[in-house]
Design a protein around this ligand. Structure first.
Ligand code: GLP
Length: 257
């Protein structure tokens, strides 16, 4: 994995937008994997600015979301499909019909998750996947203890994740859904490029495990160590527990030289 320790979230947003722009310069029909959470927001701002400036276009792209709550109202602002529409899809030139996510309210969830995996394949796969990370090391909603090769599936949210996300539900844990549908780690690992963002001290343990820990179901994101084209973007606070931070900085400087 390539590690980038950058000064702040705006620098991270621009760096990931650079990588996305490169992908779309090589292939105007590329597919982008989009994530919810606060971590990707600076990237979305950078992408929207580039589209407004005519430097980048998503008009032939498909966007694939990572995950969704089960049983959330269709018009709830925290329904992930609505979050992605608000934060990125409505601000760029992607066709809304090409914004796809796992369906959390399907009458047959087991059939719906299989169809979602198939849809990603049928559209040629995800070229670049943006990722955040949970404080417990989850990516998408792949919680600790799950399979490292899972496909899109129905999952149970941990108390930690529900507490982390209660801020989006009036701070009321009882309003946070208990279940989700999520791309599996196996699905995510098929994206051709992964760009994970982690900022703030609350992510420092997860970042240490992600980059320097052993691959383990206890820290699901560690499976990314097996990806041939994975990039991790962190700020100083999130990098604070890395043993080899100075070494990563040296490599980063050599890369930029
Ligand atoms: C949720 C999402 C994840 C996201 C995580 C971190 O659990 N399902 O995809 O990475 O939140 O969110 P944030 O970036 O706000 O810390």
């Amino acid at each position: 994995m390539e590690v980038y320790i950058l000064p702040d979230e705006d620098a991270i947003g621009e760096a990931i937008a650079d990588r996305i722009q490169k992908v779309f310069e090589n292939n105007a029909n590329a597919n982008l994997g989009v994530a919810t959470g606060s971590s990707p927001l600076p990237t979305y701002r950078a992408l929207a600015a580039r589209v407004a400036d005519g430097k980048l276009s998503f008009k032939n792209a498909h966007f694939f979301m990572l995950d969704e709550y089960v049983g959330i109202d269709e018009d709830h602002p925290e329904r992930y499909h609505n979050v992605i529409t608000t934060e990125i899809a409505s601000k760029v030139d992607v066709d809304p019909a090409n914004v796809h996510g796992p369906e959390g309210n399907a009458p047959d969830l087991e059939a719906a998750v299989k169809e979602y995996d198939q849809l990603i394949k049928d559209q040629g796969g995800v070229d670049l996947q943006i990722l955040g990370i949970g404080s417990d090391g989850h990516i998408a909603f792949n919680e600790p203890g799950g399979s490292l090769v899972s496909r899109t599936h129905v999952g149970v949210l941990t108390k930690q994740t529900r507490e982390d996300n209660a801020r989006f539900f009036d701070g009321d844990l009882s309003k946070v859904p208990t279940h989700c549908v999520t791309q599996g780690l196996g699905t995510i690992m098929e994206a051709r490029e992964l760009c994970l963002v982690a900022t703030g001290a609350g992510k420092a343990d997860a970042v240490r495990e992600l980059i320097e820990g052993g691959i383990s179901a206890l820290w699901p994101a560690t499976i990314m160590q097996m990806h041939p084209n994975a990039h991790v973007f962190v700020d100083e606070a999130a990098a604070a527990k890395l043993k080899l931070a100075d070494y990563y900085r040296e490599i980063q400087a050599a890369r930029e030289a």
